[in-house]
Ligand binder design. Structure first.
Ligand code: SAH
Length: 393
C-alpha cells in the first residue's frame, strides 16, 4: 500500500491556542507561528507553540480566518466524517423543526461543517460554499451525495456570492443547478405558502431564520399593521389573518413582485409600497399616521465592529419613528441581524428610543434566530438575530 500522505502541520501562538481552549473553532492568520507549505483547503493538524496537538482543521491560504477546527482528534477519513455530520445535521432538524418544509439543513460551524450552508425549500436544496476546504472537488461530491441520499430533492442548486470566492481566492463560478432541473417551487411555513424561484429576483431565498418569529408575532399583532423592510412578505403574510389592514414596505421592486404573488397564493389582500423606509417613516410620522402593529426588519447595518455607532443611530431613528406612530397598546416587532450589535446594545438603543419618543415599552418576548440556525454557545458569531416584541403605551 502506498504510504498515506502526511497531514500538514500548523503551529499556533499562545493567543491562538488560548482561543481554541475557550471552545472557539476559528484561528486568525496572525495567531499562526508556523505553517508548512500548505495547499488551499487542506486538512491540517493544529498544535500549540510546543507542538502538542490540539486537533484537526481545514486550512485557508487566503482568508483572515486561516484555521477552522473540525475535530479535537486526528481525522483518518474526512469523507466519512463529513457524511456523519451531514446525517447528524439532518436528524437534528427532524427532531426540532416543526410546521415547515423550508429550513436550514446545515449551518456551517453550528453543525460542525465550517463553510457549508444548506437550505431546504420544499423539494429544492440550495447550497452555499464559503471556504476553500468545502470547495474541494471531493468534498463537494461527498456533500452532494450524502444530502441526496437522505433528502431525495428534485434538484440541488448552488448560490454563489462572488465576494466570498474572491476573499477565499477561489476561481469565479456561476450560481446554478448542481443536480436535477427544477429551479422553482412553493414551500409552506406555519401554514403560509411562499414562492421560491432560485433564478429570479434577489437570489436570497427566504429569511428562514425568522420563521419562529413570524409565528410569535401573530400572537400579538392586531388592527392596522405596517411591515417595514418586508422583502417577499414574510411578516406581512403571517399577520394578514390577524390584522384588519396590512401594508408592506420595501425598496426592492423584485422583492415586492414576489410578495404580491405570495399574497395571491394565500388569498390575502395586502398593500405593497416601494419606498425608502427611512423617508417613508419620516413622512408618515410627521403626517400623524397611526398603526396598531409595526414590524421593523432592516438589513444588517453593522457589517463590521467599526460600524456599530452608525448602525445604532440607524436603528434608533427607525425605532423612534415607529414608536411615535403606534397607538397605545400597539405592538412593536423590531429586529436586528447584525452580529456586531449585541442583544444588550439593541435593548439599550430601544430604551433610548422609547425615552425620546415619550413612550413606555413593555417587553413581551426577546427572541433570536429559529432553531434550525443553531447557536454554538462557545462560538458567539453563530448568534446574530435579535427580535424584540414589545407592547407600547
Ligand atoms: N422581513 C423580511 C426580510 C427583510 S431583509 C422577511 O422576513 O422576509 C431586508 C430588506 O430590506 C430587503 O428586502 C431589502 O430590499 C430591504 N431594504 C434595504 N434597504 C432598504 C431601505 N432603505 N428602505 C426600504 N427597504 C430596504
Amino acid at each position: 500500500m502506498p504510504p498515506t500522505p502526511a497531514v500538514p502541520k500548523v503551529k499556533l501562538s499562545p493567543r491562538g491556542t488560548a482561543r481554541l481552549k475557550t471552545g472557539h473553532v476559528w484561528v486568525y492568520r496572525s495567531d499562526i507561528i508556523y505553517a508548512d507549505d500548505i495547499p488551499p483547503g487542506s486538512l491540517v493538524t493544529v498544535s500549540d507553540p510546543r507542538g502538542k496537538p490540539l486537533g484537526t482543521a481545514l486550512y485557508s491560504t487566503s482568508s483572515q480566518i486561516a484555521v477552522r477546527m473540525l475535530s479535537a482528534d486526528p481525522i483518518a477519513d474526512l469523507s466519512s466524517l463529513l457524511r456523519q455530520r451531514i446525517a447528524n445535521a439532518i436528524a437534528y432538524r427532524e427532531a426540532l423543526v416543526r410546521d415547515t418544509n423550508a429550513y436550514r439543513v446545515v449551518f456551517s460551524e453550528a453543525d460542525f461543517l465550517p463553510g457549508l450552508i444548506v437550505d431546504r425549500y420544499n423539494d429544492i436544496l440550495s447550497l452555499q460554499v464559503l471556504t476553500q476546504g468545502i470547495d474541494a472537488n471531493q468534498t463537494r461530491e461527498t456533500v452532494l451525495s450524502e444530502l441526496t441520499q437522505h433528502m431525495h430533492p428534485a434538484s440541488v442548486l448552488e448560490r454563489v456570492d462572488p465576494r466570498v470566492r474572491e476573499l477565499e481566492s477561489l476561481a469565479p463560478r456561476a450560481s446554478g443547478l448542481l443536480q436535477g432541473e427544477r429551479t422553482s417551487t412553493t414551500f409552506t411555513m406555519n401554514s403560509v405558502q411562499f414562492h421560491f424561484d432560485a433564478l429570479e429576483g434577489q437570489k436570497t431565498g427566504a429569511f428562514l431564520d425568522q420563521r419562529e418569529n413570524y409565528a410569535a408575532a401573530t400572537q400579538y399583532a392586531h388592527g392596522d399593521a405596517l411591515d417595514v423592510f418586508c422583502y417577499q412578505g414574510g411578516f406581512a403574510l403571517h399577520l394578514a389573518p390577524h390584522c384588519s389592514n396590512v401594508t408592506g414596505v420595501d425598496s426592492s421592486r423584485p422583492a415586492l413582485e414576489v410578495a404580491d404573488k405570495n399574497a395571491t397564493l394565500n388569498g390575502r389582500d395586502i398593500e405593497w409600497i416601494e419606498a425608502n423606509a427611512f423617508d417613508l417613516l419620516k413622512d408618515y410620522a410627521s403626517s400623524n399616521r397611526r398603526y396598531d402593529t409595526i414590524m421593523l426588519d432592516p438589513p444588517a447595518f453593522a457589517k463590521t465592529k467599526r460600524d456599530l455607532e452608525a448602525a445604532l443611530r440607524g436603528y434608533k431613528e427607525l425605532n423612534l419613528r415607529a414608536l411615535k406612530m403606534l397607538r397605545p397598546g400597539g405592538i412593536l416587532v423590531t429586529c436586528s441581524c447584525s452580529y456586531h450589535v449585541s442583544q444588550s446594545n439593541f435593548l439599550e438603543m430601544l430604551a433610548n428610543a422609547a425615552l425620546d419618543a415619550h413612550r413606555t415599552l413593555r417587553l413581551i418576548e426577546v427572541r433570536g434566530q429559529a432553531k434550525d440556525h443553531p447557536i454554538l454557545l462557545n462560538v458567539p458569531e453563530t448568534a446574530y438575530l435579535k427580535c424584540v416584541i414589545a407592547s407600547v403605551s
